[in-house]
Design a protein around this ligand. Sequence first.
Ligand code: SAM
Length: 317
Amino acid sequence: MNDFEIDVIQGLSHSPKFLPCKYLYDEKGSDLFEQICETKDYYVTRADLELHQTKLPEISQLIGPHAHIIEFGSGAGTKTQQLLSSLTEPRAYTPIEISPTALALSVETLQSIFPDLSIIPLEADYTQDIDPDDLRLDPPARRRVVYFPGSTIGNFTREEARGFLTRMGKIAQQNGAVLVGVDLIKPIPELLRAYDDDEGITERFNKNLLVRLKEELGAELDLDAFKHEARFNSELNRIEMHLVATKPTSIRVAQHHFHLAAGETIHTESSHKYTIEDFQALAKEAGLIAERVWLDEGARFSMHYLVPDPSKGRLNQ
Ligand SMILES: C[S@@+](CC[C@H](N)C(=O)[O-])C[C@H]1O[C@@H](n2cnc3c(N)ncnc32)[C@H](O)[C@@H]1O
């Protein structure tokens, strides 16, 4: 039994049912995500790109020369290209990516644009421990910057995000920094539209997970018995993506049978939204000091430059 099958059986056995969002990103899912970024309703990528375009001179000044950029979930590497272009003589770039296809494509593109840059790709799940040897440079870089753009940090619960920020701080080490994108709280209709676009691409992205169950695990299920739904959970300040059973139906994976009543859902992704103050408080709990924050012009999206708090002692990774 592989990890995917174990996680699917565990998630569907849980009440309420869920599937881990990392499985949304196979080759097809990564491609659909890139298409979502192009839709008029998904403001996140546009706001993040605008922020990159306007604030990178300041960001790169703070980072300084000869930095080792370590990116979590690099995807197509579009923003990375902008960041690397703005930096003075970056020492090395390590993309950490779960999708081998996305990783190979982005490395090929970036290496052709930056032929002299040392690119050290790491095909790995960033929610698991990273072997420190995979990040070590000889001689070490002047500074490590853990780069996590987009709003992926929002996929974690608050507790998970705190733990994740702590790990990123350890990887950055005492002289380093964490550069992380965070989506901001805004009116609910705008949020719901972003996660349920008119063109139905987010629906295909979400349902692709069921296609993976069929194709990769030989699961028996009725694709037409599910619809995509985006919900706002006001208690937890998050958008949730669900696959809702439109009629009583069942899913068989290996020897396991899971029954769903009409209206029952499988929770597939969360995207938590923050205020600036709230996120900075969370970073502080993770031992990181908020040194700078930048917003796009419409104040829809934020980018935080966090540095390890020296009073928290030595950090190793
Ligand atoms: C939403 S995309 C963001 C891509 C890019 N960083 C950006 O901001 O445009 C998330 C990327 O993270 C990758 N990813 C998701 N979960 C991951 C995990 N647990 N470990 C490593 N990569 C992961 C996906 O394959 C995808 O390429």
